[in-house]
Design a protein around this ligand. Structure first.
Ligand code: FES
Length: 117
């Protein structure tokens, strides 16, 4: 089982999701097994204005730990991320960042992401 801990910049209480990456996809938006897929499939809201198609930046999340368990970002994701408000060195697009294995990952959902739509 993998574990995803979610912190919210809004101050909302943190949440933890335990999931089996082998069971992805958990719903229909974003790459199967991506952070967006896992969040939406477990009832945690993350903006995804383009439907998880790597065409906006509203699914921007900041990876606080465990980024080695995420598939590397493709060129298209990096290009888009450049436009994300509040970009950090460990920023990812939730719909593109696929969890590779039984990871223990902590992410922060930025306030501006939530308000972007
Ligand atoms: S939902 Fe639009 S880029 Fe991820």
């Amino acid at each position: 089982m993998a574990k995803l801990r979610i912190l919210f910049e809004t101050g909302a209480p943190e949440q933890t999701i335990e999931f089996d990456p082998g069971k992805a996809p958990f719903q229909h938006d974003g790459l199967p097994g991506s952070l967006l897929d896992i969040l939406l499939g477990h009832g945690v809201h993350l903006e995804h204005a383009c439907g998880g198609n790597c065409a906006c930046t509203t699914c921007h999340v900041i990876v606080k730990s465990g980024d080695g368990h995420l598939a590397e970002a493709e060129e298209s994701e990096l290009d888009l991320l450049d436009k994300a408000p509040g970009l950090t060195a460990t920023s990812r697009l939730g719909c593109q960042a696929v969890v590779r294995d039984d990871a223990d990952i902590t992410i922060l959902i930025p306030r501006f992401t939530i308000n972007a739509a």
